[in-house]
Design a binder for this molecule. Structure first.
Ligand SMILES: [Ca+2]
Ligand SMILES: [Ca+2]
Length: 373
């Protein structure tokens, strides 16, 4: 290369930098630069995770327009947005410390927000987030309850990140305690770390009537997608104590998962479907102890004529049978005994909840009743 050509290139490159830095301002945490810091920004941060470029002069993550400095010269796929937007703290590398900016500035807005679209997929086929419990579907008043977040209902070939909102009725939930990532397919059994952002808040304008909100996003970090389905993470909530002053019954409770955005390693947004996951809250007068199911034998299940309950360690003093609308349909109390056999009313059909009472606490079990007629 001749000297004159080198000088020309140098000047041209400098000119380019001047052009690309004009008007560029970074709001720390708004990685996709849509006007707001939220869980979708973690998907962009996950895409750029580990990338490096020029540092900014300011390394603040305060919610202020930070002068961008030199752009990194690489854009997010299919967009003109420079990767330096993922470097929220301006230290020249995209890593965990940048996630702090999303959390700190969560829901802060700096301009009219452009909501990234959700592509509606076919329910039953498109990815959704199902909420499950490994133990029982029955929840207790005032208790800390754990829930699993599953990607389903099918296997998906190229998962990289996902953001979504869990919504719930605040009448039944005191507070959200913590959100965790799972160890497993989502982070290749810890060989590739998954990062997470979460925020709980009240949404006054909830169109589904569920004002309690928990935003979550998970993203992989090594730039490589993974095939997967099943457990992605967990969360714990504290249930409301003394719900409506009710005692001795069941209340239907569900989570609706909304605004699901799932991306592959090239930030292609996949079609998704929302979901509803149903549970039951057992309401009790005193702090009844929920007993371990392994101490009991309850059979047959499904049942049609009768149900037999045997207790290995406890004496049974009564039972109550509820339908899934929470109505008490059959009950009895008696002298303490270790085996109880009772006949089922002919009218009963479908899934029911059987509550077995002992002097030391109670057990709740789902029983399928098959109509005998
Ligand atoms: Ca954003
Ligand atoms: Ca950084």
């Amino acid at each position: 290369m001749t000297l004159s050509k080198s000088i020309f290139l140098l000047v041209f490159t400098n000119l380019l930098f001047q052009v690309t830095t004009l008007n560029a301002q970074i709001w720390p945490g708004d990685v996709d630069n849509n006007g707001e810091a939220d869980n979708v920004d973690l998907l962009y941060l996950g895409y750029a995770y580990g990338q490096t470029g020029p540092q900014r002069t300011s390394t603040s993550i305060d919610w202020l327009a930070q002068p961008s400095g030199l752009l990194w010269g690489t854009s997010f796929p299919g967009q003109s947005l420079d990767l330096s937007y993922a470097d929220c703290n301006g230290d020249g590398v995209v890593d965990d410390t940048d996630i702090q900016a999303i959390s700190q500035n969560y829901a802060s807005v700096h301009q009219t927000v452009t909501v990234p679209p959700i592509i509606a997929g076919v329910p039953g086929i498109a990815p959704t987030v199902e909420i499950k419990r490994s133990t029982t579907d029955t929840l207790s008043e005032g208790a800390v309850e754990f829930f699993e977040l599953h990607l389903g209902p099918n296997h998906y070939p190229s998962f990289y990140g996902i953001s979504f909102t869990v919504s719930f009725d605040t009448a039944y939930v005191d507070s959200v305690l913590q959100v965790f990532p799972a160890t497993g397919w989502i982070n290749n059994n810890d060989l590739d770390r998954v990062v997470l952002v979460s925020k709980s808040y009240i949404e006054p304008n909830a169109t589904n009537g569920k004002h309690g909100r928990l935003d979550i996003a998970y993203s992989r970090t090594n730039g490589i997608p993974i095939m997967g389905s099943g457990l992605m993470g967990l969360f714990a909530i504290i249930m409301e104590d003394n719900i409506n002053g009710k005692t001795g019954g069941f209340i239907n409770f569900d989570f609706e998962v909304l605004d699901i955005r799932m991306v592959d390693d090239q930030l292609n947004f996949q079609p998704t479907a929302s979901s509803i996951s149903e549970f039951y809250i057992l309401t009790t007068g005193v702090n009844d102890l929920i007993l371990d199911e392994t101490d009991f034998k309850i059979y047959p299940n499904p049942a049609s004529h009768k149900i037999i309950t045997e207790s290995i360690k406890r004496e049974i003093i009564g039972y109550e049978l509820y339908n899934l609308q929470g109505q008490l349909v059959q009950y009895d109390f008696f002298e303490a005994r270790s085996v109880v056999e009772f006949l089922l009313d002919d009218e009963l059909n479908g899934m029911h909840l059987l509550k077995i009472q002992t002097p030391k606490g109670l057990l709740v079990k789902k029983i399928m009743i098959v109509n005998q007629r």
